[in-house]
Design a protein around this ligand. Structure first.
Ligand SMILES: *Cc1c(COP(=O)(O)O)cnc(C)c1O
Length: 364
């Protein structure tokens, strides 16, 4: 069977999705498991987005607006840019795939941090590009080292800011130095899926830099703070000419009509975003404090999840599962001693801490 498959596809890293909650509940025969594995918004979607979806349901016989006119208009206003700066995707994941198709040819290089969001590597593999992997430094992107690995065939350089699964962010000074230091021929992709949750004051909003750097692409998503992961919508922001080429690669109706209206409504619901960020910041503080009490190290996080050093990550993951708590093991990321836990509602966070306490004391 292997022979029938395109060479570039054979070794593509398999993206392992989190275990579904209902499946675990059925397995364990329990009523309520908690899923802290996919960095979703524990408050749920914005009520405004739900209302917009209900209103739009009656028209799903129609194709969506393939240009995303209204959502792009709202985004243009939100970011102080024009519609032409935006490309919409069926999740940011699709935008990443479009980027790979638009800018990489076989044998081109993409510079990627080892231990960065795994999809960067997957999309490079998809188009038979070479992955130039640069180790993280103190769990963070080492932008200097990444810049040094840029060569004549480098077309893309990826930065997740904050990074998933480590939760670290790079500051304004370092990102600017990178953008000033790489050749114009290298497109720098800054994935800001978790931007709303960042606490550090020197966090660079890359979407506001695209007028200064025509080789910069910033990515955002509606899957995290906006609470719309299930609808699949994200976007890229960049120079209109660059974005124009990406739009040629895009499937004509890639974002569905419900996602379009929900995203627009969610963008306008500042109160829901504010609440989501607040719940996250309190939960993140709580988890750090309690992990400290348990003597379990964790990496300070700028996102809605924590990288927790548990010793044997795969074993801890299985034991937590038996307690009805789903986290993310990170062997695939080269972090076998860690698990990633999403910040949940207070009761979910407590449930995780209790389960981990049992694991640590050998009672689970
Ligand atoms: C969750 C996440 C995204 C969002 O992906 P969608 O396809 O929009 O759901 C993008 N980048 C990173 C690093 C993420 O962790």
């Amino acid at each position: 069977m292997r022979d029938r498959v395109a060479g570039r596809v054979r070794d593509i890293i398999f993206y392992e999705p989190g275990k579904p909650v209902d499946e675990l509940e059925r397995e364990l025969g329990i009523a309520s498991a908690v899923k802290l594995a996919s960095n979703e918004n524990p408050l749920g979607p914005s009520p405004r987005a739900l209302e917009a979806v209900r209103e739009a349901l009656g028209e799903v016989n129609r194709y969506p607006d393939g240009s995303g006119y209204h959502l792009k208009g709202a985004l243009a206003e939100y970011h102080g840019l024009s519609r032409e700066h935006f490309i919409l995707g069926n999740g940011t994941n699709e935008v990443l795939e479009i980027i790979a198709h638009a800018f990489l040819e076989q044998g081109d290089e993409a510079v990627i941090a080892e231990g960065a969001f795994i999809v960067f590597q997957i999309v490079a593999q998809l188009v038979d590009a070479r992955r130039v992997l640069v180790p993280l430094k103190d769990y963070a992107h080492d932008l200097k080292a990444m810049r040094e690995r840029v060569g004549p065939r480098t077309k893309l350089l990826f930065v997740a800011n904050p990074n998933n699964p480590t939760g670290t962010a790079v500051g304004e000074g370092d990102l600017r130095e990178l953008l000033e230091g790489v050749p114009q021929s290298v497109i720098v992709v800054v994935d800001e899926a978790y931007s709303h949750y960042v606490a550090r004051s020197d966090y660079p909003d890359a979407t506001s830099w695209v007028r200064d750097y025509p080789n910069l692409l910033a990515l955002r998503t509606f899957s995290k703070a906006y609470g719309l992961a299930g609808l699949r919508v994200g976007y890229g922001v960049g120079d209109p000419e660059l974005v124009g080429y990406m739009n040629r690669v895009r499937e004509p109706f890639n974002v569905n009509s419900l996602a379009l209206v929900a995203a627009r409504a969610a963008l306008s619901d500042e109160e829901h975003v504010r609440k989501s960020v607040e719940v996250n910041s309190q939960g993140r503080d709580y988890l750090c404090r309690e992990l400290g009490r348990l003597g379990v190290p964790c990496v300070p996080s700028q996102a809605n999840f924590l990288l927790v050093e548990v010793g044997d990550g795969a074993d801890c993951f299985r034991r937590l599962l038996r307690e009805g708590v789903i986290v993310r093991p990170l062997g695939g990321y080269g972090l076998p001693q860690h698990v990633r836990v999403t910040v949940g509602l207070p009761e979910e966070n407590e449930r995780f801490i209790e389960a981990l306490r049992k694991v640590k004391s050998g009672r689970a």
